[in-house]
Design a protein around this ligand. Structure first.
Ligand code: XCC
Ligand code: SF4
Length: 664
């Protein structure tokens, strides 16, 4: 691929990003965008054709029929590389889930006084799933047993991951027959690393079966526990009003950006930032207040529960620093670019690493310890405040969009059926009647090799026009939030007539923000419940739904895609295929997996092709279910008036009116 320098306009769909990229260009600052232009992707590695598994190599297999020194074929090498991506992604999500279990354990034992069980109802529900009895015991006693049962899922010596039982029965049978039910979460990750070591598993299909099993341990294990335990500790999300994009930074306040993935420390920072002592200290340095905002999934976690605003998604981490308005960027784990440190050194921004798992050379390390959480949170905030007087010229873009996130599966159920009749019935009915043609889960990252946010926003706009309800997580959700798609009135402006009717009736946005990347497990729960509720078949693979990550970049995204496929979903990843180098592996993950598990994984990189493949799949599933063909001409004559009235009320007021006293 020839090197090509893109203009800021060609690099991002987001005008605030474009402005800051122009500033970076003038000032000679590097960003991931400019580095992606300067660094062509390795043509061998990108297709999965480089094996570094031993020192007889590395072997670069570039010609059909070529083998490595050990004789490994192209399909073996490509499958091994893919399986290792799944293992790394599953490890990241699951280790995050494990840490939450330890936080719950410490809280239950009274060793982490700043944490408590905030959602006892969810605690009891999770106890039931995990087979913990004595639901009426004192909350901390129950919480301790739930934490221990959760921890056991990571390494128990016998049996299978318990949460597999939350899948439709038919799905569980498929896993059993194929022998791909994960035995525990860690073991499958370890076994994948073992099997892909030199001289082990050398049959592409067999390696890929293990990839499916490892990924299932992520989706139905580590990630699902991560979500459940976060809800227990910090509350199950319900709709809130918030704002997205770099315009949320404030010129006259101390700006602290929290970035990464874990909610544990960030929840404490949220609380500490409201502490009168901290506010007073900020005032003593001339600041009007302390303004918190987030990047990536730490942002999504605190957004969903506390309404903390979103500074931006993955590709905006460096841009936030370029505004000159950020006193501290506090990072924990995952998706943190090392480039933040040298960039921050050009401004007054301090990069503070906090996880015992993540240090970055040159950053300040203040290690988080849940036993002294609040104390550490305050120390961090104080450091940020101390930087405020050093602030120079700022360039905060004026773009902000409102959004209404907080759609946990519990909340969706409540919204559809009410507190006493919570159910997915109305959603199924809307799909059966054809008001909603199908469902798309649009998730995943940004990638500087494609125009920032453009694929997310363009495919989603097309889906809405086609009466497809969209659920989102991760950086994809942030991309669409910035485009104004996550507010109820987006239905009015963007949705086809049927979807619009449904959104009007419930007062919900046509794009539902379901949380962070581990919260893709919430989507598995929704799909399972839809399959269990009658009318749409009896398995996830029967539902007219498609999953996608059009701008993916991380190994976690590959793990998510793989567990979604193993759960029966058709998944489209945009950008490049990491298995491009092998026709056999490409066939195995598409037709091969479809035969096995009913889901398939494809890599497609144009908006038109993604939309077409999605609509074709959804219509095919509708037909297989014997549903009426999609016909938008029947809908959209009712409620228009109500909707126009509704959108004339300010969002803050409307949220109470439209949502009632939900969830909390
Ligand atoms: Fe990271 Fe979760 Fe990807 Fe965003 S979407 S770039 S993984 S933050 Ni999960
Ligand atoms: Fe080469 Fe085989 Fe070693 Fe891989 S395992 S580097 S293909 S010799």
């Amino acid at each position: 691929m020839a090197k090509k320098t893109r203009t800021p306009q060609e690099s991002s769909r987001d005008q605030s990003a474009v402005e800051l990229l122009e500033f970076a260009l003038e000032g000679g600052y590097e960003t991931a965008f400019s580095r992606a232009d300067a660094m062509a992707a390795c043509p061998i590695g990108k297709d999965g054709l480089c094996c570094r598994a031993c020192s007889m190599g590395p072997c670069r297999l570039v010609k059909e029929g070529q083998t490595g020194v050990c004789g490994a074929t192209i399909s073996t090498v490509v499958a091994r590389n893919f399986a290792r991506m799944v293992a790394a992604g599953a490890a990241a999500h699951s280790d995050h889930g494990r840490d939450l279990a330890y936080t719950l354990l410490a809280a239950a034992r009274g060793e982490a006084p700043d944490y408590e069980v905030r959602d006892p109802g969810k605690l009891r529900e999770v106890a039931t799933y995990l087979g913990v009895d004595g639901l009426d015991r004192p909350i901390n006693e129950l919480a301790e047993d739930v934490a221990r049962a959760a921890l056991a899922e990571f390494g128990k010596p016998e049996g299978e991951v318990i949460y597999l039982q939350r899948a439709p029965e038919k799905r569980q049978k498929i896993w059993k027959e194929l022998g791909i039910g994960p035995r525990n979460i860690d073991r499958e990750i370890v076994e994948t690393l073992h099997r892909t070591h030199m001289g082990n598993d050398q049959d592409a299909e067999h390696i890929l079966n293990q990839a499916l099993r490892t990924a299932l341990g992520d989706g139905w294990g580590g990630s699902m526990l991560g979500t459940d335990l976060s809800d227990i500790l910090f509350g199950t999300p319900a709709p809130v009003v918030s704002q997205a994009n770099l315009g949320v930074l404030k010129d006259d306040e101390v700006n602290i950006v929290i970035h990464g993935h874990e909610p544990s420390l960030s929840e404490m920072i949220v609380a500490a930032s409201q502490d009168p002592e901290m506010l007073e200290y900020a005032a003593s340095k001339g600041a009007k207040g302390i303004n918190l905002s987030g990047i990536c999934c730490t942002a999504n976690e605190t957004l969903m529960r506390q309404g903390v605003s979103l500074a931006g998604n993955f590709l905006q981490q460096e841009l936030a620093i370029l505004t000159g308005a950020v006193e501290a960027m506090v990072v924990d784990i995952q998706c943190i670019m090392q480039a933040l440190v040298p960039l921050a050194a050009e401004f007054h921004t301090e990069i503070i690493t906090t996880s015992p798992k993540t240090k970055i050379t040159g950053a300040t390390h203040i290690e988080f310890d849940e036993h002294h959480a609040m104390e550490i949170a305050k120390e961090i905030i104080k450091r940020a405040i101390d930087r405020y007087p050093d602030r120079q010229a700022t360039r905060i873009p004026d773009s902000v969009s409102d959004l209404v996130p907080g759609f946990s599966h519990e909340y969706i159920e409540y919204a559809l059926g009410g507190a006493y009749r919570g159910s997915f019935r109305p959603l199924n009915d809307a799909i059966i009647s054809g008001r909603i043609r199908g469902v798309v889960a649009n998730i995943g990252c940004n990638n500087p090799r494609v125009m920032h946010d453009a694929l997310h926003q363009d495919v989603v706009a097309e889906f809405l026009r086609n009466d497809i309800l969209v659920v989102e997580t991760g950086c994809g959700a942030i991309a669409c939030a910035k485009a104004g798609l996550l507010v109820p009135e987006a239905a009015f402006e963007h949705a086809g007539p049927g979807l619009r009717e449904v959104c009007e009736a419930v007062g919900m946005p046509p794009v539902l923000h379901m949380g962070s990347c581990v919260d893709n497990s919430r989507i598995l729960t929704v799909l399972s419940q839809m399959a269990t509720e009658s009318g749409l078949g009896d398995d996830i693979s029967d539902i007219p739904a498609v999953g996608m990550a059009p701008e993916w970049m991380s190994e976690k995204a590959i793990s998510i895609a793989t567990y979604a496929v193993a759960s029966g979903a058709y998944v489209i990843m945009g950008h490049e295929s990491p298995v491009e180098g092998s026709e056999e592996v490409t066939r195995l993950i598409t037709d091969g997996w479809e035969e096995k598990v009913g889901g398939r994984l494809e890599f497609i990189n144009s908006v038109e092709d993604i939309v077409k493949a999605t609509l074709d799949h959804i219509d095919k599933k509708r037909e297989e279910l014997g549903l009426a063909p999609y016909d938008p001409s029947q809908w959209g004559k009712s409620g228009d008036e109500r909707m126009s009235q509704l959108i004339s009320i300010p969002l803050e007021e409307r949220i109470g009116a439209a949502y009632g006293a939900a969830g909390k």
